[in-house]
Design a protein around this ligand. Structure first.
Ligand code: AHM
Ligand code: MG
Length: 347
């Protein structure tokens, strides 16, 4: 239910909407205890999303659009909001008693929290695309939830071993509206924040990439001369066509979300150093904080994700802050990319 632009309340078809609680209730392969834990974690993410959304809206009034003057473990400047979002989410997830190990793009080492009962390991990027804040552009928060393995007390090793056992992934998109998108193995659902009640209301679903795969390509072509030949060939091929659209916001959550709803592909390949620019030979994005969660959501929505060689969800994780090339989107467009770029076809 919601209000349309004329002030009239819109009723979505009840049967196509699932509350967060109902969605967790029908998620596959969870024990009764895990189901409760997952629901509480998602409620913490919703609460954090609401708080971050509220503070982002006030950002320009508080002068919070630029750099906090610190450097994070990736060697990048920390925006003030990166740190705020980190504190908001780690505070709520830590207090939930359901996340035993939390790794974050903003922290070099894992946070470890006491957990009395069923608990999960989590990786998060608390605020992705934060350079967009300087222009009030969209940003997002990204999460993946892993089932702990047996007998590994070292938190870093535990999460690296668990990355192939994603239970649930989610993102919060802060844009014209604040949306929360949640995926279990085979289904993706979407929720919109009602600022008046502070509640995330279910939208009709499930969410799937549209039939045919779409025509949108999101890639930073400013890096063209730094790419290997296969990526250049792919972009050259696009330019010889009449029917495709380039769309690139420079915030993964926004670019992915548009492509999920409209049909498209997001690509951030490795790029070689040029001149004084450092480049990202292994890719810019991080396996744990960005690639795995988006790959899991894409697969649950009928799409695919690869690093150009292997499916993202099959890659071994060797380091918490490991970077990776990312190609993610509809099945049709990722398969086409692989054919043209000369990469093995992802399955
Ligand atoms: P961040 O984690 O430092 O915010 O960087 C990740 C972001 C992605 O959201 C976005 O897709 C990409 O970096 C944009 O990079 P570029 O500006 O090099 O195109
Ligand atoms: Mg990021």
């Amino acid at each position: 239910m919601g209000e349309n632009t004329s002030g009239r309340v819109v009723h979505h078809k009840r049967e196509s909407c699932l509350s967060l609680e109902e969605f967790v209730e029908r998620a596959p392969d969870l024990t009764a205890g895990e189901r409760i834990a997952v629901r509480e974690i998602l409620e913490s993410i919703a609460e954090g999303g609401r708080e971050v959304s509220r503070r982002l809206a006030l950002g320009p009034l508080h002068g919070l659009t630029g750099s906090a003057g610190q450097v994070n473990v990736q060697g990048e400047e920390v925006q003030a909001f990166d740190e705020i979002a980190q504190e908001v989410f780690s505070g709520l997830l830590g207090a939930s008693g359901r996340v035993s190990v939390l790794v974050s793009e903003e922290r070099e080492k894992p946070d470890v929290f006491p957990c009395p009962s069923e608990s999960f390991l989590m990786a998060m990027d608390p605020l992705d695309g934060s350079s967009n804040l300087a222009v009030s552009g969209p940003v997002g928060s990204i999460f993946a939830l892993y089932r702990p393995g047996e007998g590994d007390d070292d938190p870093s090793r535990a999460i690296l071993r668990a990355t192939r056992d994603v239970v649930c992934a989610a993102y919060v998109l802060y844009s014209v509206s604040t949306l929360m998108v949640v995926a279990f193995r085979e289904e993706v659902r979407m929720y919109a924040l009602d600022p008046a009640s502070g509640r995330f209301m279910p939208l009709p679903g499930p969410v799937r990439f549209p039939d045919g795969g779409g025509q949108i390509v999101s890639i930073n072509t400013g890096n063209y001369t730094r790419w290997e030949r296969g990526i250049q060939s792919y972009v050259d091929t696009l330019h010889s066509r009449s029917s495709w659209s380039a769309r690139y916001v420079g915030a993964l959550v926004m670019d992915f979300h548009r492509n999920l709803l409209k049909g498209g592909i997001y690509i951030y390949p490795g790029d070689l150093p040029r001149g004084s620019g450092g480049g990202h030979p292994e890719g810019k994005l991080r396996l744990l904080f960005e690639a795995i969660p988006m790959a899991f959501i894409a697969r649950a929505a009928g799409g695919l994700a690869t690093n150009g060689q292997k499916p993202i969800l099959d890659l071994p994780a060797t380091h918490i802050h490991q970077r990776v090339a990312l190609v993610v989107g509809s099945r049709e467009l990722v398969q086409e990319f692989s054919r043209i770029a000369g990469a093995p076809e992802p399955v």
